[in-house]
Design a protein. Structure first.
Length: 608
């Protein structure tokens, strides 16, 4: 296996083995004249077929075209004794996998994890813009340069997006590392997607922040089932110091369907709180004043990216130039953040030169500044309105709905309090409309779906008690036939409470499991007895009677809706006919009748 040690390839003497992989073996070599190190990757001889040679040389060609500060730089390639090889820069800092082995089972500090994710995220954003998908992102393929910068490596199974049409697409099955493969990569047929790289980056983020992978089955064959069907344990349950925002960003990147993930890698980084480009160089081992991978960074939080390096840069130091290059490049790519990355034609050579390369020519002419490197606080192109747009785009729909419920409930509560103190005013009428809207929307979102508690909450805390009180004033002349607006607004104060509960504790995703018919009957009967109990208590406290009547009516509403869903038209017709003949009184008992004596055949409702 080590027969190449001591041999010479071009101007390089092979010194020792760095790593072995499924497709090749990597050696460290030294230049015979310059005495600097390089990495030489050879294809395994047992895989040295014409097809594998083509894939290996494809990696060399792709790397030759990629110019980015966070991508391993290719130096040369060729064929030695019919075995292809690739010479690239030597990453003296080792791989992320080696670093994690020293850390495990402890997670990395948040600042260090975000810094690594920022570097690799920028590299992925760049290769996606060049029409390339990596497809095998994992800690073994993330290296650290001599100055500590994270480098993306190993493009052996990367694929061009524009070369994967129906006639040219290859099966994704078996390509990649199971622990980091997206669900779509396990399918027998399919196209490479940028979202697959995002999923792998989400797995790495999960591992960095929690100290373990999202899925760790005993049998590697179980990875497919877990990635496709199971939900990983929440990161905060493993690392309580993480913020909810960080957790949600990682879980969104790990969504099962590509369209449910972040629209782009850039937006994933933004959701993690990475609002500006990471420092392009830092020391992994020295005591230089700045960011160390093996040290905490004081003064940073989960919303902003880690503090940038503050090295004492001597005259002629290139760090400041590279920091400015990073800022320019990030600002240009950030403008695409709201558009999902899809298959795009590869740009021509003039367009494919990254902004960092163009900037370098002009920057090198400028006199170097003696000050320490400091990146701008944020790209100038990012406005407050754009941040709001990105926040809305990145937030799951049901989370936005909960925010709306909280906002409307707060506004409605203020209006009802004004109506309580001021009496009849337009504010009280507006509050009534908002309360009805909150109740109707809440019932519609939770209409006969599990968990059943939210349907019950919106029915029991609905404005029905206020409506029944108003009817009593007009029909039986309660309170002298004049509405007491203080009492009326007090009844409606229940509804903002339902909105607050739903906004704070409601579900974060759509649910499709219908409430079982037997449970519906139990709920109907229980709510009716609660209402009847309040009516009995109301003999001593008349104000409570209207709440009891409202709950009895709520049970009737559930019963009627269930009869319609179960298509029990005979029961429904009989109850409505009885209500019409007796001025609607049986409606108040319908919940009890349905719950105690309701139909038992054909109860199964339609799917939600």
């Amino acid at each position: 296996m080590n027969q190449r040690i001591g041999t010479q390839i071009g101007n390089y003497n092979i010194v020792d083995v760095i790593a072995r992989g499924a497709y090749g073996i990597v050696y460290r070599a030294e230049h015979i004249y310059l005495h600097n190190s390089a990495a030489i990757k050879f294809l395994h001889e047992d895989l040295n077929t014409s097809k594998q040679q083509a894939f290996f040389l494809q990696e060399a060609q792709m790397l030759a075209d990629l110019k980015h500060s966070n991508i391993v730089r290719i130096l040369d390639s060729g064929i030695d004794n019919d075995v292809p090889y690739l010479i690239s820069e030597y990453a003296s800092g080792g791989s992320l996998r080696n670093y994690l082995r020293k850390q495990q089972p402890k997670p990395l500090s948040l600042q260090n994890a975000l810094l690594i994710l920022a570097h690799i995220g920028r590299a992925l954003t760049y290769i996606h813009s060049q029409g390339i998908i990596h497809r095998d992102l994992k800690p073994e393929n993330i290296l650290f340069g001599k100055n500590g910068q994270a480098l993306l490596a190993d493009f052996g199974i990367a694929q061009m997006k524009q070369a994967t049409g129906a006639s040219k697409s290859r099966s994704l099955a078996g390509l990649g590392t199971p622990a980091y493969m997206a669900p779509e990569q396990f399918k027998a047929k399919g196209k490479p997607l940028p979202e697959s790289d995002q999923y792998a980056l989400g797995c790495i983020a999960y591992e960095l922040l929690t100290g373990q992978l999202p899925f760790t089955p005993e049998d590697e064959r179980a990875y497919e089932y877990q990635h496709v069907y199971e939900i990983p344990e929440t990161p905060r349950s493993l690392n309580p110091t993480l913020s909810p925002r960080i957790e949600q960003a990682v879980l969104t990147a790990l969504a099962k369907e590509p369209e449910d993930r972040h629209p782009s890698i850039e937006l994933f980084l933004l959701a993690l709180g990475i609002h500006k480009p990471a420092a392009t160089q830092f020391s992994l081992f020295s005591d230089a004043r700045g960011t160390l991978l093996n040290a905490e960074i004081d003064g940073a939080d989960s919303i902003t990216l880690v503090k940038q390096l503050e090295y004492e840069a001597p005259q002629g130091e290139t760090l400041k130039r590279q920091g400015q290059m990073a800022t320019d490049q990030f600002a240009s790519t950030f403008l695409r953040a709201t558009s999902p990355i899809r298959a795009t034609p590869r740009p021509d050579k003039a367009q494919s030169v990254p902004s960092s390369s163009r900037t370098k020519r002009t920057t090198e002419r400028a006199a170097p500044a003696p000050h320490s490197m400091k990146l701008s606080s944020q790209p100038n192109a990012l406005s407050l309105w754009r941040r709001v747009q990105l926040l809305i785009t990145e937030t799951p729909p049901y989370t936005l709905i909960k925010w709306v419920f909280l906002f409307v409930a707060t506004f409605d509560l203020l209006l009802l309090l004004c109506g309580f103190w001021l009496g009849f005013t337009p504010l009280a009428l507006t509050a009534t409309v908002l309360a009805i809207g909150l109740c109707v929307c809440g019932i519609a979102l939770n209409f006969f779906t599990e968990p059943w508690v939210w349907l019950v909450v919106f029915l029991l805390l609905s404005p029905l008690s206020g409506a029944i009180y108003t009817l009593a004033v007009h029909i039986v002349s309660v309170d002298g036939g004049i509405i007491n607006w203080h009492t009326y607004c007090a009844y409606l104060l229940f509804t903002p409470g339902a909105g607050f509960l739903y906004g704070l504790f409601g579900p974060d995703k759509q649910r499709k499991t219908a409430i079982a018919p037997a449970m519906v009957k139990t709920l109907t009967l229980t709510i009716w007895f609660l209402g009847a109990g309040l009516c009995i208590v109301g003999i001593a406290a008349p104000q409570i009677i209207y709440v009891g009547l409202a709950w009895a009516l709520a049970s009737a509403i559930i019963a009627i809706a269930q009869l319609i869903r179960c298509k029990q038209m005979e029961w429904l017709g009989a109850m409505l006919l009885a209500a019409a003949i007796t001025f609607g009184i049986p409606i108040l008992f319908l919940g009890f009748i349905y719950g105690a004596f309701g139909p038992k055949e054909g109860e199964k409702p339609e799917n939600v």
